[in-house]
Design a binder for this molecule. Structure first.
Ligand code: TPP
Length: 575
């Protein structure tokens, strides 16, 4: 058997796991591992400029591919800099493996230089963590970390490795395990047949059914089954923010995103539904509004891989624990075998009602285009959709631009919309786009951002130059922390406490100084040609700084403590 040092084992285990890229930043505790990286060719290392970006890159890769992304950081500040990235992944159930260096085993607890208790600090925001105690254990621990990250409800796993464990002079037998056993961890492989049958009976008898589908459909690789089910049943579908693309956004059965900034049609349909089929969604507060007023007439069927998610905020009438794909396969089989009848008249009437909700507002997300002198942020996303033919990977930061991207870019495929839905992490968009671009170098990758968010990880423009990452940055620049300003308009009589920035840089010059192309757009007529130019520069990073109306708000917006149908529809209209 081959003899390897702990440092070499770390890198070989990653290679044997099939990892092509890792994102990281070196430091004292990891120097043996970095030397091992230098001496091999199978795993490429991408040097970020801040460890938070390494975690978001790993996350972006994972969301685009469904496979765990890997970040590698040194002890102390290197490790703590990843915490926001780990929490971001944890909140959205994203598979990720974070390998952190640690001070030598004998020094743990002595407050040595760059010592932090990474396992302790990250404990509430990881699916699992390991502190490696023997070099011989490295292959098995790495194998377990990947298995845990991507099975069951996915999530981040931390592997903390003290420096002495990676000593290049101590060699041990290396073999990467083909399988591993984890006692008391048995993620379900199928749903309960009786529950599935019960759910199908309810759905077939429903008069006002709706499918509410979340990010679990995407991470569970089940959008084909979901689409088939929606077609077989002829029911409307709404997606959560993280579920967009799980059902084709341009399909006529799609009623738009639901919840806080969801469409009038989706929120009305949910409120009036008699049967809600929730698939890989967790009834979070950004969807339900006041849970006591949530969908008063609905019976709930809830499919989720994680039993802890079921009946957590909204009680399920028919809970089904299992992988969404396998469970939906069961639904499709039972529907074929179903011998009862359906109330077709009721379903037709339901569709007439849905169409009326959609048409009475002039579409899913109508907005006032103004007098044409000033660009509206919504127009930027519409132009992006058209110029990219609806076929881009779109990452976003957090704020109004994120909601506009979710509303106006119609995602027809899963894994294309990449945003921090649960934690709402400003600074996520650019590194996530980099992770996507690295793994899909020929794809169009756009990062929709705001001038607040982009500055949280702007240093990564340097990484983009080093690795030729031709992402397109769409900076929807309203010269304000727009979402904060919107809340201040609506709830604090427009007292703009610290929600605007003076002294913004020239983003064009900034991009140019990093070696990229910068384009500024200030008028509506320049938008389309400038965007076409940006996307024609296939291999270049183009930073589009687009000045938009600072007074625009995102609508609809749920009214606090109301039900799903309590919405602001514009600055002056509410339901
Ligand atoms: C790291 C972090 N800090 C603070 C917030 C709170 N927050 C949410 S949206 C927002 C404003 C974002 O501004 P910008 O990026 O310019 O986007 P806009 O809303 O103007 O489109 C802020 C400060 C956050 N989500 N993340």
């Amino acid at each position: 058997m081959e003899l390897l040092s702990g440092a070499d084992m770390v890198v070989r285990s990653l290679a044997d796991e099939g990892v092509k890229h890792i994102y990281g930043y070196p430091g004292g505790a990891l120097l043996h591992v970095y030397d091992a990286i230098f001496r091999q060719k199978e795993v490429s290392h991408i040097l970020v400029r801040h460890e938070q970006a390494a975690a978001h890159m790993a996350d972006g890769y994972a969301r685009a591919t469904g496979k765990p992304g890997v970040a590698l950081v040194t002890s102390g500040p290197g490790a703590t800099n990843t915490i926001t990235g780990i929490a971001t992944a944890y909140m959205d159930s994203i598979p990720m493996v974070i390998i952190s260096g640690q001070v030598p085993s004998a020094a743990i607890g002595s407050d040595m230089f760059q010592e932090v208790d990474m396992v302790g600090i990250s404990r509430p925001i990881v699916k699992h963590s390991f502190l490696v105690k023997r070099a011989e254990d490295i292959p098995e621990i790495i194998k377990k970390a990947f298995y845990l990250a991507q099975t069951g409800r996915p999530g981040p796993v931390v592997v903390d490795i003290p420096k002495d464990i990676t000593d290049p002079n101590l060699k041990f037998e290396y073999q990467y395990p083909e399988t591993i056993k984890l006692r008391s961890y048995t993620p379900p492989s199928k749903g309960h047949n009786g529950q599935i049958r019960k759910a199908v009976d309810l759905l077939m008898q429903a008069r006002r059914p709706i499918i509410y589908a979340g990010g679990g459909v995407i991470m569970g690789n089940a959008s084909t089954q979901l689409t088939q089910l929606a077609k077989d049943l002829n029911v409307p579908v709404t997606n959560t923010l993280n579920g967009l693309g799980g059902f084709p956004g341009s399909d006529c059965q799609f009623v738009g995103m639901l919840g806080m900034h969801g469409s009038y049609c989706a929120n009305m349909a949910m409120h009036h539904a008699d049967i809600i089929l929730a698939v890989g969604a967790r009834f979070d507060d950004r969807v339900t509004n006041n849970t006591a007023k949530f969908c008063p007439d609905a019976k709930i069927i809830h499919i989720d891989i994680d039993p802890a998610s079921i009946s957590k905020t909204i009680t399920a009438d028919v809970p089904i624990v299992g992988p969404v794909g396998a469970v939906l396969d069961g639904f499709l089989r039972h529907i074929t075998d179903y011998s009862g009848s359906r109330d077709q008249e009721a379903i037709d009437a339901w569709w007439r009602q849905i169409d009326e909700w959609r048409d009475s507002r002039g579409g899913l997300f109508p907005y006032d285009k103004g007098d044409g002198t000033i660009l509206k942020p919504q127009q930027v996303i519409e132009a992006l959709y058209e110029v990219t033919g609806g076929d881009a990977f779109v990452t976003s930061d957090v704020g109004q631009h994120q909601m506009f991207a979710a509303q106006y870019y119609r995602f027809d495929k899963p894994n294309r919309w990449i945003n921090s839905g649960g934690l709402g992490t400003m600074g996520f968009g650019l590194p996530a786009a980099m992770g996507v671009k690295l793994t899909h170098p020929d794809a169009t990758v756009a990062c929709v951002t705001g001038e607040g968010s982009i500055q949280m990880n702007i240093q990564e423009l340097s990484t983009c130059l080093q690795y030729d990452l031709g992402v397109k940055i769409i900076n929807v620049n309203n010269q304000a922390l727009g979402m904060v300003r919107q809340w201040q308009d609506m709830m604090y009589d427009s007292r703009y406490s610290h929600s605007y920035m003076e002294s913004l840089p020239s983003f064009v010059k900034l991009a140019e100084s990093y070696g990229h192309v910068g384009i500024q757009v200030t008028t509506p007529s320049d938008l389309r040609p400038a965007m076409e130019e940006a996307f024609s520069l296939k291999d270049r990073l183009v930073f589009m700084d687009i000045r938009v109306d600072a007074n625009e708000h995102v609508y609809p917006m749920q009214i606090k403590d109301g039900s799903m149908r309590d919405l602001w529809l514009s600055k002056t209209e509410r339901t």
